[in-house]
Design a protein around this ligand. Structure first.
Ligand SMILES: Cc1ncc(COP(=O)(O)O)c(CNc2csc(C(=O)O)c2)c1O
Length: 461
């Protein structure tokens, strides 16, 4: 059971949050912190802050809570004495896997593997999953072009001097406004905000535009088709040009929906064509499902909407999956140990929680609930934009992975601040979009509360 509705008693952040953040600012930057949270009292769709304010949370820790706060099924895992050892003994999974490792991987990860991708490597977060997906692509490219999975002696020597052929000038093609993480390789393919990239030396890898669609989609079919065609042609050209310039493209990375760069969508045809381009140019297709994965688009994996005959080569995940990792085709498994590797390789305790998450999704039919609640959410957003055309536009979404544009970033900031003051936690995406990232237990009654509060706020702005 959770709370019936939001209850805001103080300004947010309240006095206790302010005091805690002030102390914390002695040891680290706290500007990104909105308020401190009482994680014991937070329940389901509702987050409770340090001052007892109860908010309907449609952002859910940057879209990383699958079942909201303190779900009983997850708390039950913690009460099981058998699981304590998994939480206190963090295994180096690449060296000393627990006896239960394969069973847990089967139950938690292989049971929901994307179609056609039966192999998996676990990781700790989305960024390190993406970094290792790139390495998988590079290692594969070299093995394939060498005709031998084993690196040559010349490669082993020259790589220590950062020289070719051991250190190859390979690249990853990514899309403008994409987000794939903030470490140097992932950051080379992340272009959502300048502040995430500035002053960091990144790789100068090829980039292509991602479609910017006009809404409603059914009223702009011709223009949107042309926009997608333009992007596909520039993608193909960027790869061919990079190959010709002696910087071979080993992989393409794409999000099914660009979750940081402005909730940018593209059609099934766009992604099916992208898959064909990757195949034609012999480039691995990496689908980054860190934000879209684990159900919020109404299918377990967002790319399942594309109905691909030939699956992606690699799918990265994290956030709602509670652990990071990458699924991949068997033929691209690296042959040598300790090349795709780090100390922990994720965390076995998260697999025990994820097993329960998947059971709850199946037993409570949460994918169906996401589809139903998503329709109510999207049509509610369409009503809001119809009623307040000066404030909102481009309502869009797949499942509950929805967004709406504000007139500009100032209106967005004002709207988010007022919504929080009225007890609804939302996030921004890109320069002026609002993103909805409720957990999978979000239902139509939460949508009713959302739109009741949205009406109040929109009428006051
Ligand atoms: C599509 C996609 N790919 C990779 C990542 C990186 O995952 P983490 O390393 O943050 O777990 C993310 C993380 N999302 C994210 C949202 S805000 C943010 C940030 O660092 O500002 C990161 C993602 O959305």
């Amino acid at each position: 059971e959770e709370y019936d509705r939001p209850l805001v008693k103080t300004p947010i952040p309240g006095p206790h949050s302010k005091e805690l953040l002030k102390e914390l600012s002695q040891i680290q930057l706290t500007q990104s912190m909105s308020y401190c949270v009482d994680y014991e009292r937070s329940k389901g769709n509702y987050i409770v802050d340090a001052d007892g304010n109860i908010l309907l949370d449609l952002f859910q820790q940057i879209a990383s809570l699958p079942l909201g706060y303190n779900h009983p099924a997850l708390l039950k895992v913690m009460q099981d004495p058998k699981t304590a050892s998994s939480f206190v003994n963090r295994a180096a999974l690449g060296l000393f896997p627990p006896v239960s490792f394969l069973q847990n991987i089967k139950d938690a990860l292989l049971s929901v593997a994307p179609p056609g991708l039966p192999e998996i490597t676990t990781m700790a977060c989305g960024t390190c999953s993406v970094e290792n997906a790139f390495k998988l692509a590079f290692i594969n490219y070299m093995s394939k072009h060498r005709g031998d999975p084993e690196p040559s002696l010349e490669e082993l020597n020259t790589c220590m001097l950062s020289q070719s052929p051991g250190t190859p000038p390979l690249t990853i093609l990514s899309f403008d406004k994409g987000f794939h993480g903030r470490t140097m390789g992932a950051l080379s393919t992340t272009r959502s905000k300048a502040m995430a990239r500035v002053n960091i030396p990144v790789f100068d890898w090829p980039v292509a535009p991602f479609p910017y669609l006009k809404y409603p989609l059914d009223k702009h079919e011709k223009e949107n088709k042309a926009e997608e065609q333009r992007c596909l042609e520039l993608t193909r050209k960027a790869i061919i040009d990079s190959n010709k310039a002696g910087k071979p493209v080993a992989g393409i990375i794409v999000e099914p929906i660009q979750g940081e760069g402005g909730d940018n969508h593209a059609s099934v045809d766009f992604f099916r064509s992208l898959r064909n381009i990757a195949k034609e140019l012999d480039v691995l297709l990496i689908v980054d499902e860190v934000q879209t994965g684990c159900g919020s688009t109404g299918k377990f994996w967002a790319h399942e909407h594309w109905g691909l005959d030939d699956p992606p080569d690699i799918v990265t995940f994290a956030k709602k999956m509670l652990i990071g990792g990458l699924y991949h085709k068997p033929e691209i498994r690296v042959q040598q140990p300790l090349r795709i590797f780090n100390t922990w390789m994720g965390d076995q305790s998260k697999l025990l929680l994820l097993k329960e998450v998947i059971k709850v999704i199946q037993e409570e039919g949460l994918l169906q609930r996401v589809q139903e609640a998503g329709q109510v959410l999207l049509s509610g957003l369409e009503n809001v934009q119809d009623k307040y055309p000066g404030l909102f536009s481009r309502a869009r979404g797949e499942g509950t992975f929805c967004a709406i544009d504000c007139y500009d970033s100032d209106v967005r900031a004002e709207f988010l601040t007022r919504m929080r003051a009225e007890g609804v936690e939302l996030g921004g995406s890109g320069t002026h979009s609002i993103r909805f990232r409720p957990s999978l237990i979000f239902s139509t009654q939460h949508a009713d509360i959302l739109f009741e509060i949205t009406e109040k706020v929109a009428s006051e702005i």
